[in-house]
Design a protein around this ligand. Structure first.
Ligand code: KMH
Ligand code: ZN
Length: 309
């Protein structure tokens, strides 16, 4: 298994809005289909948010998650990873509702409070499909993405200890790695840590290759061989940064949550198209792609038969 690359695919998220791309999955049926296609293309882990089926607005409603989670489970062996970051303006209680109901193998855990500014993300849009989209984005120049130490400890307690769910630790800056080291020291979390280093969110570390090296070197210093490294980068940096991660022995995350594009000025037609592209690049570099079973072994997951959906 050593050297195999785990591809995660984040299929819809809560950053992009329906007017930005027709490929963004909205309804439970679309989210299920797009997840299954991404898994068939080579993604071992599917990272999931839910949206209001009529408006596309991010929703924390467990009933909506439950319309696509069983479909994905029945059709693929991929690991289901549910967000605890949710969408803008959701409380931590709301963000925990679906993971608590679904008891997944994995959930995300955001490792610090931060500015999270996506106010310019809709600059190119002229025809807005829904009234909520523009204000949702515009208010983020005054938005704090809340993830206090107490929030983090609570999520480790209820999801980790309570459900045996393991985490995708979302680290948007160097300090978040130190927050994670503190949680490790406090025995809130256990290795192997799946550390998702994130580049290019306005409010987090910038998408400069030297930052990728520095994040990796810092994680090496803090966690030694007790972590599994993965990389995602926002927007046009997605493929370059995930390629660098593969070359450096890391794992990768793609998907329409992180970027809507497949090339310069070209919108991706699907999540599977992005998975297929990074898979091709990695295989051209003589790297092997991890199966879901291999990802489960690498990350010490509880197994797809021990979830609540
Ligand atoms: N939207 C990504 C930059 C979460 O869902 O908890 C990080 C993310 C957060 O996926
Ligand atoms: Zn997410």
């Amino acid at each position: 298994m050593a050297g195999k690359v785990i591809i995660s695919c984040a299929v819809t998220g809560a950053i992009h809005t329906p007017s930005m791309s027709d490929a963004l999955p909205i309804t439970p049926e679309q989210i299920a289909r797009s997840s299954i296609e991404a898994a068939e293309a080579g993604a071992a882990i599917i990272h999931l948010h839910a949206r209001n089926p009529e408006t596309g607005e991010p929703t924390p409603d467990p009933a909506v998650f439950m319309r696509f989670l069983p479909v994905i489970k029945q059709s693929t062996d991929a690991v289901v990873n549910i967000t605890t970051g949710g969408g803008l303006g959701m409380s931590v209680d709301e963000r925990l509702a679906a993971p608590l109901a679904a008891s997944p193998e994995m959930c995300s855990l955001n490792m610090g409070s931060m500015n999270f500014n996506i106010a310019r993300a809709g600059d190119k849009i002229t025809n807005w499909k829904h009234a909520w989209e523009q204000p949702y984005l515009a208010r983020t120049d005054d938005h704090i993405f809340r993830n206090t130490f107490r929030d983090i400890a609570r999520i480790t307690e209820v999801m980790g200890k309570g459900h045996g769910t393991r985490f995708e630790f979302e680290c948007y800056d160097v300090g978040h790695l130190y927050n994670l080291a503190y949680c490790l020291d406090q025995k809130l979390v256990e290795p192997p840590l799946f550390v998702q280093t994130i580049f290019g969110i306005l409010g987090g570390i910038g998408a400069d290759p030297r930052n990728l090296m520095f994040m990796r070197e810092t994680a090496d210093r803090l966690f030694g061989d007790g972590y599994v490294w993965s990389v995602l980068a926002a927007g046009r940096h997605q493929m370059a940064f995930t390629t660098m991660a593969g070359i450096l022995g890391g794992n990768v995350r793609v998907g329409l949550e992180d970027s809507l594009y497949i090339g310069k000025g070209r919108l991706a037609s699907s999540n599977a198209e992005q998975v297929g592209k990074i898979r091709r690049i990695l295989e051209e570099l003589s790297l092997e792609i991890a199966t879901p079973a291999e990802a489960r072994a690498m990350l010490h997951l509880k197994g797809g038969d021990r979830v609540g959906f």
